[in-house]
Design a protein around this ligand. Structure first.
Ligand code: FEO
Length: 394
């Protein structure tokens, strides 16, 4: 990635990681990612906003060299996670006069994670400003827009909000700016679902907090820079709202086809009643797509065969993910096929204890459903239609 100019004083110096395919050894990255860092040249001081994953630090240094940055006064650490902070020790080595500017919590994380020293830091408080001469940075704490220490930095004179993970997307682009692009919002939704959704109420409060700054540009630390901030702010306002859609997300696993017969029946009956269904075969699905669909679905129905006395491990994994991602589901159902007794219902109920959704009566069918036994799913379908109707979704 080359250097890109946001304006005469602000430059993109980050790194593209087009070939990266997994984050946290868990999250699929079908579109790669970027680690965005920015240089701000004030009349007196120069600041670097965040760094890059240490694996890509040479890209950062190449960009700093290309830009002719001989002195960095401040390295602003908006977030301690290593994909942004991991190159700070290398930056301090190359620019020994630089100080890391961050909040108390982030400072402590950076000491733990990177073994930085107390004397490396300038500690700031919420709302504090830092002058670069004719440019001013304002620090606004936004806890839990990923970790407890997360904050954003606002360049007041230019109206640029450096939001780090907040509003980001895992999307590698060689030109890091967008005005309007549904693809970016799609990837930002995936990012929200995987990273931000567990903290939805807090994220909502922080959206309101940064919206009040009235940014002209939002420059996150993953994915493209938003030249029209209202696009991503409005998307976040929708995702973090209480609104759900008239849709059922249906993750399923079927070993010998019996549960799949139930899944197909559910899809047909719900669809013919005007409810959109999003089935996910858990043996092959991209969990990011499942997470995205959970952002605004009203109902989850998990479909699993019985496996060694409980649900299939893939269904257990899906239930665990739903529980930690904490989507705003209103209703949860469980269906499946079994051969003999088991504890599937109790197990899944226990796994989704974080979710404040109403549990719809489960339907379990012995063996391969036939024309008669499959009708036992009708009560569940009627229940979903009734609930969606009562919620004003139909
Ligand atoms: Fe992109 Fe929470 O780090």
């Amino acid at each position: 990635m080359a250097v890109f100019k946001l304006n005469d004083r602000v430059f993109y110096v980050g790194a593209i990681h087009n070939e990266r395919r997994v984050f946290d050894q868990l999250i699929p990255l079908p579109d790669g990612t970027t680690y965005n860092a920015y240089v701000i040249r004030g009349s007196d001081k120069t600041a670097l906003i965040d760094t890059v994953d240490p694996e890509k630090r040479e890209d950062l240094f190449k960009n700093l060299e290309e830009l002719g940055v001989e002195k960095i006064d401040y390295v602003i650490a908006n977030h301690a996670e290593q994909d942004h902070s991991g190159s700070i020790p290398f930056v301090l080595e190359r620019y020994p006069m630089a100080k890391v500017v961050t909040n108390e919590k982030c400072k402590n994380f950076l000491k733990d994670l990177l073994h930085l020293r107390e004397e490396d830091f300038i500690t700031i408080s919420d709302g504090e400003e830092l002058s670069l001469g004719d440019r001013t940075l304002k620090f606004v704490f936004t806890p839990w827009v990923h970790w407890p220490e997360t904050m954003v930095t606002f360049l007041e004179e230019d109206g640029i909000l450096f939001s780090c993970d907040f509003f980001g997307s895992h999307l590698a682009r060689t030109i890091p700016f967008i005005e309007e692009d549904p693809r970016v919002i799609e990837d930002a939704k995936r990012y929200y679902a995987e990273i931000m959704m567990p903290f939805r109420p807090t994220v909502r409060r922080n959206v309101d907090k940064v919206k009040a700054l009235n940014p002209m540009i939002i420059a996150p630390s993953h994915g493209p820079v938003y030249k029209k901030p209202e696009i991503i702010i409005n998307a976040y306002l929708d995702w973090t709202s209480e609104n759900v859609k008239n849709q059922v997300v249906l993750p399923y696993v079927s070993m010998h086809g019996s549960t799949k017969v139930m899944v197909d029946y559910l899809i047909d009956r719900l669809t013919e009643n005007g409810i959109e269904v999003f089935p996910f075969d858990l043996s092959v699905t991209d969990i990011g797509k499942l997470a995205m669909t959970l952002v605004d679905s009203a109902t989850l129905i998990l479909a699993t065969p019985q496996f060694l006395g409980g649900a299939h491990p893939l269904a257990v994994y899906a239930a665990f993910l739903v529980n930690v991602l904490r989507p705003k589901l209103k209703y949860i159902g469980l269906v499946g096929s079994f051969g003999w007794g088991g504890m599937m219902v109790e197990q899944i109920k226990g796994l989704v204890s974080n979710i404040k959704a109403e549990l719809i009566e489960p339907v379990l069918i012995k063996g391969l459903p036939d024309a008669e036994s499959i009708r036992s799913l009708d009560s569940l379908v009627e229940n979903v239609i009734k609930k969606h109707g009562e919620a004003g979704l139909l």
